[in-house]
Every structure is written in structure tokens, then in C-alpha cells.
Design a protein around this ligand. Sequence first.
Ligand SMILES: Cc1cc2nc3c(=O)[nH]c(=O)nc-3n(C[C@H](O)[C@H](O)[C@H](O)COP(=O)(O)OP(=O)(O)OC[C@H]3O[C@@H](n4cnc5c(N)ncnc54)[C@H](O)[C@@H]3O)c2cc1C
Length: 287
Amino acid sequence: MRDFDYIAPKSVEETIKVLSEYKDEAKIIAGGQSLLNILKQDLMAPEILVDIKHLSELDYITYDEKEGMRIGATTTHHAVEVSPLVIEHYPILSEMEHTLAFPQTRNWGTIGGNLCIQDPTGDVAPPLIALRATVKIVGPNGERILPMEDFSTDYYETVLEEDEILAEVRIPPMAPRTGVAYSKFRIVEGDAPIVGAAVAFTLNEDGTCADARIATNGTAPIPLRIPDAEAVFKGKKITDELIQEAVEVAGEAMECIPDIVASDEYKKRVAKVYIKRMARKALSQIQ
Ligand SMILES: Cc1cc2nc3c(=O)[nH]c(=O)nc-3n(C[C@H](O)[C@H](O)[C@H](O)COP(=O)(O)OP(=O)(O)OC[C@H]3O[C@@H](n4cnc5c(N)ncnc54)[C@H](O)[C@@H]3O)c2cc1C
């Protein structure tokens, strides 16, 4: 690992000033769970690490009946996992966090760090996309809000500019008659997933589908939302046959990329199985 300077700004405002001054020489560090591995392998050599882990103004979980949930970027995975507010309003997020990595990583790693490292297999983005989450980004020109599915741009790349930080995740209140499920396939407990799928359904009073969301991880360079498969459900009564039809459409839409653990064909097959299982599970929560 190369030598670097270390700065611990006292506020978000000061953090943005530091990033604006040092640009690509600086790198944010939060829990360090991904970044330290990258630095140890000399894959990156920033001149300055800008530590935001201690910033209490980014460490919170709140819930409001109208606005929904807000989670500060430096909130740890563990804090999300055990939060009574998360368990009450979005239990899927607590369940997802419970299966992410090991307790040590969950105690240090942050929700913001997980989204910003943009590992294609990351667990956090797909359920957030299914929950219609948005992210708040703060930079020298103020803040901007983006849908979660527009945050990632490529392997380990996001829309963040050098002088911007991810400040907050926002999740709208769940509509009545909504079910959400997420699960992933992995070989060893604690390891990153090979693929995963999140599905959310909202039903009309007559039982037909008002809204569907499908998102996968591990199947593409970025978390993949699959609108063509979602469209299969809109306005229809959800049956097992309709789920199978949507799974086949999703299979067509996923151009899976092979890696050292699985071929493209294998990933696609497993992802289709997980979409089907999660669709059934999400539906069973409402019916
Ligand atoms: C053993 C192990 C097992 C793991 N298993 C899983 C798993 O099963 N599922 C899974 O999804 N992940 C897994 N991970 C990844 C883990 O979730 C991430 O390492 C962790 O969430 C990153 O958060 P962090 O706070 O440590 O980020 P850091 O490592 O500090 O930072 C990561 C990156 O994000 C940037 N960054 C961090 N916060 C911000 C911010 N607010 N604004 C702008 N940029 C920011 C940093 O500059 C850096 O580029 C695993 C990691 C380890 C070490």
C-alpha cells in the first residue's frame, strides 16, 4: 500500500470543500471494508484519504408516514439490520442486511460505501430499486436526487463527480397491498452473491397488478432493473403462468457477463429461478 495523507473533515460542507480542492487526488473512506482491500492491492493510490465515517450528520435512520424512510450514507449495515424502524416498515432491508457478509463487515461497512463501490454483485441496490428508493447526492453546487436505478453507470462506477458524495438513501412509504422479496445465490456463507433478485408487487383493490418492480444483481455490470418483465404483470391478475411468462422475458433481457465463479448461461439460469421464487414470495405477502 502506498503512503497517503489523512483528513477527517468535521462536516459534510467541509468534506465537499476538501474534495473540490483535491479532486482526483482525494478518495472518500467510510468503513474501509472495500477500499482498504483495493489500496492493499495497489489498484488505486490516492494522495489523500478523506474520512467521513465519524460524521454523525450522515449517520441516521428516520421514518415519516408521508415521506417514508431516510438513511444517512454512513449508517452501518448492522444499524440498518437491527433498526426497529426498518424492521417495522421495510423488513426486506433488515433481512437483506442480515445475510450480507459477516458481522465484522456489517459493523464497519456502510450503506453508502456499499452503493458507491458499485460491485455488480452488491446486495443493497436491488431491494432498494424494488422499493422505489432515491439517493441524495451533495456537491459544491448543492444537492441532486436520483432514482436508485440511475446511480450506477458501470463496474465500480457511479454518477458521482470527484467533488460529490452520496449523502442519503430515501425510500417512499410502501403502498397498501405491496409485497417485496429479495434473495441471492451464493456458494459460501458471507461471500458475495453470484446472482440475486428482488421483486415487488403492488395490487389494486380488485387484485390486479398496479405496479411491479424487478431488479437483479450479479447479472450485469450494474444492478439491473428489467422493465420489459415488469410490464408483463401490469393490469393483470398475477398467476404462476404470468410469473413464468415474465421470467422468460427477463431471461431475454439479461445479457449476463461471465466471471471467475460462473458462466453467463449459468448466471442467467439461476437468476431466472430467483426471479420466479421472489415473485411468488412477494405475491404471497399480499394474498
Ligand atoms: C469479507 C467481505 C464480505 C463481503 N460480502 C458482501 C456481501 O455479501 N454483499 C455485499 O453487498 N457486499 C459485501 N461486501 C462488501 C461490503 O458490503 C462493502 O465493503 C461495504 O459495504 C463498503 O462500505 P464501506 O463503508 O466500508 O466503504 P469503503 O470501503 O470505505 O468505501 C467504498 C467506496 O465507496 C466510496 N464511498 C464510501 N462512502 C461514500 C459516500 N458516502 N459518498 C461517496 N463515496 C463514498 C469510497 O471512496 C470507496 O470508493 C463484503 C466485503 C467484505 C470485506
